[in-house]
Design a protein around this ligand. Structure first.
Ligand code: 4NP
Length: 175
């Protein structure tokens, strides 16, 4: 399968990706830790920078939700370094691509974009989902649900991160 096109990097050979959800304590921190792990495994750690934020600032400075952290630990990943950040207009100057977990996050992030070109650098994370049934869908908010919601988020994030790394390699090779 051909990877979906990603925006070209602003600087050849370097790509900065931000993952965006609402609170930056459940979904986007899981995506950040998983994607960074996959980037490292692919040997792209010198070229790809990954971070995350929330459109809301309620949890700024806090670690990830304990249920997200436990889910990552079960997958052998370290959640301990995360501290929540809030999306601001400055993120558009610092990032090549912002990937939103759901449609509301996408709309809220685009509303902060300084211009149409910046808004076009915000996409849905699951536009990269290799599962054709899930592609273009949302990563559902697990905050108010049970532990199974966090496991479901992990599975979506793992397979989408694998596809995203392939797409990142292609766009970096072409830069
Ligand atoms: P997240 O989940 O957007 O995946 O981090 C949520 C975290 C906190 C809240 C809602 C969703 N909250 O209402 O505080």
């Amino acid at each position: 399968m051909r990877s979906p096109d990603l925006p070209a990097p602003r600087e050849p050979g370097r790509y900065v990706v931000g993952l965006v959800c609402l609170g930056n304590i459940c979904r986007s921190p899981m995506a950040e830790v998983v994607l960074r792990d996959r980037v490292e495994q692919a040997g792209l750690a010198s070229y790809v920078v990954v971070d995350s934020c929330g459109t809301a600032g309620w949890h700024t400075g806090k670690p990830m939700d304990p249920r997200s952290a436990a889910t990552l630990r079960r997958a052998g990943l370290d959640p301990s370094r995360h501290r929540a950040q809030q999306l601001s207009a400055a993120w558009f100057a610092d990032h090549d691509l912002l990937l939103a977990m759901d449609e509301q996050n996408l709309a809220d992030a685009r509303a902060l974009a300084p211009d149409a070109a910046a808004a076009a650098r915000v996409r849905l994370f699951r536009d990269l989902d290799p599962d054709p049934d899930g592609r273009g869908g949302e990563v559902p908010d697990p905050y108010y649900g049970g532990d199974s919601g966090f496991e479901e988020v992990l599975r979506m994030v793992e397979r989408t991160s694998d596809a995203l790394v392939t797409a990142l390699r292609e766009v970096l090779d072409a830069s």
